[in-house]
Every structure is written in C-alpha cells, then in structure tokens.
Design a protein. Structure first.
Length: 68
C-alpha cells in the first residue's frame, strides 16, 4: 500500500531538487550523465568537476543582450 506512495514522494523530491537547481543556475550532473550514456555512448563522460567548470564557463560566456 505505501510502496507506491514512497515511490511518488521520492520522484517528487527528485523533481523538486532538479527544479531548484535549475532556478538558481546549478547544472544537473546526473541528468547529463544519463543523457550521455543513452544518446552519446561513444563519447566520454566528463567528471563532475569538468562538467561544473564547463557549465559555469558557458553560463558566463553568454553575454548577449547585456549592456555591461
């Protein structure tokens, strides 16, 4: 009876965490790894540190539309 509820709560927590990370601009490494293994199995997966640095660089490199 409660196993379905436990699964639902776990999924809700996962989605809430992902949403919060996206709202504050933190990249989601688990989603990246899943995507790479599923869609690009021939490519190497970056370490968390490499992924974080690349996402930070991409975020701050995109300065179109800013005046400063």
């Amino acid at each position: 009876m409660f196993s379905g509820l436990r699964h639902d709560v776990r999924n809700a927590g996962r989605y809430l965490g992902q949403t919060i990370r996206l709202m504050v601009g933190l990249p989601d490494y688990e989603t990246y790894v899943s995507h790479m293994r599923k869609i690009h199995p021939d490519r190497d997966v970056m370490s968390y540190e490499e992924f974080f640095q690349e996402r930070q660089a991409a975020r701050y490199r995109a300065s179109t539309g800013k005046c400063c």
